[in-house]
Design a protein around this ligand. Structure first.
Ligand code: NAD
Length: 461
């Protein structure tokens, strides 16, 4: 490396530090008062509404570029601020959202053309959308929501999680920079210096906000769905990975560990427990151990349960999104550096199995046959209708499982992240509307249907 290379790296580091250290009130789109943030987004939406689709697409392509350019910085900020996840996987998540979140191509028109004329269903904007975002994927959700909402012709007011404010505000600034670089308005995405439950209430009750997208745990989704506004509820999951006796067991073990450990198990779609048919359970365990799993002793599991879950039954936030070695260190056990995931066997009711932990601890529940396995997996999903995974070559088993568990996502024979287009077909989102049924949200989710009817004309056949 020569002197110029070193100078360039130092200049980049200083520029990045300046970017990440800008005070909140100086960031584009960030206001002291929630009402001002909403008013600014309303003004920006008036400009957005008049823009041709091509122009929206220019803004979106700038968001994609800025996300890729800042992927490492955003990843580092997220890990530093929340203490959750890991930088390498968060970089991949940002690149994925930049490349695979649908833009304006998702906004399509349905047409009926016949003797009595022409009818179209067009997708129009809601206006200003309110969005509530989580700690687990803070900038990912904001950037992904912004792409889809802007593609639909909306602007957006965010109330991010208070534990991820800095990262979230930086993402909002990038969205505004993307708009201004394309010649568009500032404030296509806005928020407040200090988001709280009170600012969230102001947002939810403002008459200009006709749609609220809530990405988070059960509490926030219930609050939004009780707000009297239309809500998109992207809530909690507890995805089981079912493995039957027809599966390719070495591959199933590899896929499950890769999915479960991605970003230290933060994604809501990630494998949270295994249900294995008895006849292959030992073989599966052998391959899990070959793939960087550590089998904790019953005493260690007892200690982990007491550390991870508070006496009141809540999750200890200091454990969420931590890696396996850190979790084991918390109970005074040093494990080899190649350990990626902690496994143990238990009944489905075990708190470390039944609870959505968001950390690389995988309980294994044995089942006597496929029907028993399906029953246990359905119980463990708790009716969230979010995500479920299966490793099987038996189409009947897969079909039976899919019907019984009825989730927005069902990944077959792949790591869970294939559902987001990472090593699988399809598109990316960080808002999976499990509770309200839209499934993987995209630009069209953030639009209203409009019937446009031309009677007895324009059918030129
Ligand atoms: P969380 O529920 O603690 O917080 C999510 C957001 O909701 C935050 O912005 C928080 O400030 C806000 N919030 C919480 N209670 C609220 C209330 N009563 N009124 C208004 N706002 C409220 O969740 P988290 O820890 O940040 O994220 C993890 C959870 O989110 C997990 O359960 C995970 O499964 C879920 N999640 C779901 C999806 C999905 O697409 N379905 C995506 C990511 C995370």
């Amino acid at each position: 490396m020569n002197e110029n290379d070193i100078k360039a790296i130092v200049a980049q580091v200083i520029a990045n530090m300046q970017l990440s250290d800008t005070p909140a009130e100086k960031r584009l789109g960030i206001f002291e008062d929630m009402n001002d943030a909403i008013a600014a987004a309303i003004e920006a939406q008036k400009v957005m509404q008049k823009m041709p689709m091509d122009f929206r697409e220019k803004i979106i392509s700038n968001i994609r570029r800025l996300t890729i350019e800042n992927a490492e910085l955003l990843a580092r900020m997220g890990v530093e601020e929340t203490g959750m996840g890991n930088v390498g996987d968060k970089i991949l998540k940002h690149k994925l959202l930049a490349e695979k979140t649908p833009g304006t191509e998702d906004i399509t028109t349905r047409v009926w053309s016949g003797d009595r004329g022409l009818t179209l269903i067009e997708m129009g904007p809601f206006g200003v959308i309110g969005a509530i975002t989580p700690t687990t994927n803070p900038s990912e959700t904001i950037l992904c929501n912004s792409i889809g909402m802007i593609a639909g012709g909306n602007t957006v007011v965010f109330n991010p999680h208070p534990a991820a404010i800095k990262t979230s505000q930086f993402a909002i600034e990038l969205v505004n920079r993307a708009s201004m670089e394309a010649g568009g308005p500032c404030n296509v995405a806005t928020s407040v210096v200090k988001p709280t439950l009170d600012t969230s209430k102001i947002m939810m009750s403002h008459k200009a906000i006709q749609l609220i997208a809530a990405t988070g745990g059960p509490g926030v989704v219930t609050t939004v769905l009780s707000s009297g506004r239309r809500g998109i509820g992207a809530g909690a999951g507890n995805p089981p990975a079912l493995v039957d006796d027809t599966a390719d067991i070495p591959k199933a073990a590899r896929d499950i560990v890769n999915g479960c450990t991605f970003d230290n198990n933060l994604p809501c779609i990630a494998e949270k427990e295994i249900v294995a048919v008895e006849s292959i359970a030992d073989e599966l365990k052998h391959h899990l151990l070959e793939n960087g799993c550590y089998e904790a002793t019953p005493e260690q599991i007892e200690k982990l349960a007491q550390t991870v879950i508070t006496p009141k039954g809540a999750l200890n936030r200091k454990c969420v999104g931590r890696d396996a070695k850190t979790l084991m260190r918390m109970i005074g056990v040093e494990v080899p550096s190649n350990v990626r995931c902690i496994i143990f066997e238990g009944e489905k009711e075990h708190p470390l199995i039944a609870t959505e932990l968001m950390m690389p601890i995988l309980g294994i529940v044995r089942a006597k046959d496929i029907d028993d396995a399906i029953e246990k997996a359905v119980w463990l999903e708790h009716g969230n209708r979010h995500s479920a995974h299966i490793h099987s070559k038996n189409i009947d088993n897969i079909t039976k499982y899919g019907k019984a568990i009825d989730t927005a996502i069902l990944v077959k024979n792949a790591p869970s992240y294939a559902a987001l287009g990472f090593g699988g077909e399809g598109y990316c989102t960080f808002t999976i509307a499990s509770r309200t049924g839209e499934g993987l949200t995209s630009a069209q989710t953030f639009t209203k249907r409009r019937h446009c009817i031309m009677s007895d004309s324009l059918c030129i056949r």
